[in-house]
Design a protein around this ligand. Structure first.
Ligand code: AMP
Length: 120
């Protein structure tokens, strides 16, 4: 499968500092920031700094360092946001997954009791 990355997507612009974000955490490999339209009291997006369109692209092509750095950011975000009662991570992917922004991002949602996983 070919993964074509569009560097004009909104998260690429955030990474280049062209549009602002509310940063929650940052390391060499990942940036975490508040979702602009939160669906829960905690709604953070974690994105790799590399040019990956989706979770499967990242899992296939990102280096071990990038993948570990990304997961370390996940751990830090969970600690910072204090989601000790639980949370949901979501990676919407392409058309069936209803992905709007074509730069891999993991949603972390929590801070309240969430509904069941899927609603059509
Ligand atoms: P999706 O690609 O469907 O997984 O979701 C994209 C998410 O990005 C949505 O939850 C949007 O609210 C969020 N979003 C879009 N633009 C921004 C932005 N400039 N800053 C923060 N979050 C954004």
């Amino acid at each position: 499968m070919e993964y074509a990355y569009d560097d004009q997507n909104i998260f690429a612009k955030i990474l280049r500092g062209e549009i602002p974000n509310k940063t929650v955490y940052e390391n060499d490999y990942a940036l975490a920031f508040e979702d602009i339209a939160p669906q829960a009291p905690v709604h953070v997006l974690i994105i790799p700094k590399g040019a990956y369109v989706s979770l499967d692209h990242f899992a296939r092509d990102a280096s071990a360092e990038e993948q570990v750095g990304f997961m370390q950011a996940v751990a830090e975000v969970c600690q910072i946001t204090d989601v000790k009662d639980g949370f949901r991570s979501i990676a919407n992917t392409r058309t069936h997954g209803v992905q709007d922004v074509p730069h891999y991002h993991m949603h972390i949602l929590g801070g309240r009791q969430l509904g069941r996983m899927l609603q059509d």
